[in-house]
Each structure stands twice: as C-alpha cells, then as structure tokens.
Design a binder for this molecule. Structure first.
Ligand SMILES: *Cc1c(COP(=O)(O)O)cnc(C)c1O
Length: 393
C-alpha cells in the first residue's frame, strides 16, 4: 500500500498502520534505520540527489526512513500535508521561529505558554530584532488589538498550562488571516486524538512528542505539521541547516506511542473527568480547573472544539502554598515531577516550579495562585490515585 491511501482511514487506523514502507525483508514492525548516510549507485545519481532532481536519502540530518514514517503518520493524524520531526518540542518551536521570522518582525503570543517558549521569544528572538507581545489566551479582542503591520504570526497553546483555559482556534485563525498573519498552535495537551487545529484554520501545529505522543516518559522529541508550501519553503531548509534532528531510535519509540495514542487519551480523559468531579467535592479544595466541568468558563467552547477534555486537572487548595506542599509530600505513589502526558500520574506545584521564575506580579497576572496544584492524570487505577491524594487533603 502506498502512504497516500491512508487519507481515507480514521485516526486510530492511521496511528497503527500509516507511514511504514515495507522493505524487501517483509518485516511486520517498522525497523530502526540506524544509518547516518546513504549510498548512491553512481556519481551521477549522487549529484542528482544532492540537487533534488531525484528523490532519495542523502544524510540522516534531514531524511531517515524511520523518522519519515513518524512524520507521515503524524501528518495524517493532524490532517496536515506534511510533518517534520525535531530533537525536542523546543527545537520544533525554534525551527518555526528561525524559518519564519526576520529582524523587524513582531509576534503575538499567549501569556500562559510553556516557560521555555516565553524565554525563546523574549531572550533569544529579541536579540535578532524580533519583538513579542504577550496577551491573555482567552481575550480574543486583545489578540486583535496586539497585531501590528509587522506581525508575522500568533502563537498559542490551548488548553493552557496549568489553568487549562481554552482559546477559540477558529476565531483566532480568522483574525490572524484578516491581518495576513499565520496562526501557530502548540497541540501538546490535546494531541490530534482530541483536537485538530489545522482543520479549525490554524496554519502550523507544533508538538512536544515528549508528552502524550511518547506517553510513557521515555524520549524527548518534537514536530511541526503544516502545508507542503510552509514546510518546504520555511521549515525544511532550516531543519537541514540547523540540524536539530530527531534520532531514528526516538522516532521508533514515538511511532509505537502513536499506535496507542487514541486509546490512552480516552483513558486519561475519563480518569481526569472523574477525578475533577471528585476534587470539586473535597472541602479543602477551593476551585477545580477542568474544561469538562460546567463550572469551567470555556466549557461550551471545549465541547465544540475538542472531542474530549484532556488529562490535566488543576485545583486550588484553601490552605495556600503550605497546604499544596503538604498534599504533594503526602503522596506515596504519584510522581513529584513537572513532566506530563505519562501513564504515570504526576503532581506539580506550579508557583514554585514551572512558574517559579516569574515575578509574583506576573504570576498573579497569569492566575497562578500559591495553593494551585497541577495533576497529569495517569492510567493507574483511579481509586489508588484518589487514595494517594486523600492522604494530604
Ligand atoms: C514540554 C512542552 C514543550 C517543550 O517540549 P520539549 O520536548 O520538552 O522540548 C512545549 N510546549 C508544551 C506545551 C510543553 O508541555
């Protein structure tokens, strides 16, 4: 079967079968092509491949069959024309910036994005004359007001971390396009199993494959998915030169991660939903942030935009930081780590870890209270997760 046939299949099937071009060995599972370079049949063929006149592998910094299988599979699942894999989620975001931006350009970014994304824009792209303004994720009017004649793209994560606020992708895509900007969505929290930003009008999706795509906390990786034109013109040339390539071994791990993605996401979401409802009943919990709850400000939007509500639950304890630390320290099973998207449940105190470098004023502006705790709900038995939390509640 050729790869293009997989367009007619559903996401669950693409995730398991797409991307594998079987070799003459008739293998059933995708092999790891552990090779840095490729051999040409003649000097002429080498020359034709280098100039791009004929297709074919040259060097694994920019093409490798195992990495290519991952790219084709994720592109299909995101309903994008083409995907490029990177060494990490940050390398993928870096590639988008390096590929698209030039000195004098302007970016509008949501305030709640991943900490290193903020640092990339404010400390690094600024060195090369790119200015970034940060706006409230859910304030659509603020996005439009922040756009300038030199704005190149809008960048957001939805749901946000750790408050799981939801942005209206379609509305922001329309605003971006009305001003001749691109909309870039970091789809790490939902994955294509729950949300397909490109179908909603976004131009580029970026991923940290490290999270739910791996799903078992093993490898670091990232990806960019977009139209053939955007990838070929802006992203691929940077990957080839910048060199933040995904290794074939990591691609192989992510390929098997994708195979179970849909079924894992469903289980993560089911447990998170039940845990959020249970947390709302606890007397020491002041507020639960979960888009599946009718109390969530963007509950209706989440129902429209996502097929399920996600695996991340945040909640505020009435007792502030002391209560949050006590809860975290009382756990025996849940892992105290900032990572997420793992089959293992993880617990984080955002105010003193992921958002600890922000000033107290910026933290307050971002809505990160001292009593806030974030849980990435894993696939252990839900009663065991509840019991582990109950010890400290
Ligand atoms: C982790 C993460 C990243 C960065 O990905 P790495 O693979 O750690 O480089 C970017 N965006 C979001 C939303 C993340 O959670």
């Amino acid at each position: 079967m050729t790869d293009t046939d997989w367009n007619d299949y559903s996401l669950e099937t693409q995730a398991i079968r797409a991307g594998h071009r079987r070799t003459h060995e008739d293998e059933h599972s995708i092999p790891i092509f552990a090779t840095s370079s490729y051999v040409f049949k003649s000097a002429e063929e080498a020359s034709l491949r280098f100039t791009g006149k004929i297709a074919g592998n040259i060097y694994s910094r920019f093409t490798n069959p195992t990495v290519d299988a991952f790219q084709q599979r994720l592109a299909l699942m995101e309903k994008g024309e083409r995907c490029l894999a990177f060494a990490s989620g940050m390398a993928a975001i870096m590639a988008v910036g390096m590929g698209l931006l030039k000195a004098g350009d302007h970016v509008v970014c949501s305030r709640g994005v991943f900490g290193n994304t903020v640092i990339l824009f404010t400390n690094y792209f600024s060195k090369f004359g790119v200015e970034t303004d940060f706006v409230d994720l859910i304030d659509t009017a603020a996005w439009e007001a922040a756009i300038k004649p030199n704005t190149r793209f809008l960048f957001l994560e939805t749901p946000s971390n750790p408050l799981v606020e939801i942005a209206d992708i379609q509305a922001l895509a329309d605003i971006a396009h009305a001003h001749e900007c691109l909309l870039i969505v970091d789809n790490c929290f939902c994955t294509p199993a729950l949300q397909k930003p490109l179908e909603l009008g976004a131009d580029i999706v970026v991923h940290s494959a490290t999270k739910y795509i791996d799903g078992q906390g093993r490898c670091v990786g990232g990806a960019v998915v977009a139209s053939e034109e955007i990838i070929e013109k802006f992203i691929y040339p940077y990957l080839r030169t910048g060199g933040a390539t995904m290794s074939p071994f990591n691609a192989w791990v992510f390929l098997s991660g994708l195979e179970t993605l849909a079924i894992r996401m469903k289980a993560h979401c089911d447990s998170a939903f039940e845990l959020a409802q249970w947390l709302e009943q606890q007397p020491s919990v002041a507020k639960v942030h979960y888009a599946g709850l009718p109390s969530h400000a963007q509950h209706e939007l989440a129902k429209r935009q996502q097929s399920h509500f996600g695996g991340i639950v945040s909640f505020e304890l009435t007792g502030g930081k002391d209560a949050a630390w006590r809860l975290i320290d009382a756990t025996r099973m849940i892992s105290i780590t900032a990572n997420l998207g793992d089959v293992k449940t993880t617990i984080t105190h955002p105010a003193t870890t992921t958002h600890g470098r922000l000033t107290p004023e910026l933290r307050a502006k971002a809505g990160i209270k001292d009593g806030l705790v974030r849980i990435s709900v894993g696939l252990e038995n839900l009663d065991d997760i509840k019991n582990d939390l109950l010890r400290g509640l």
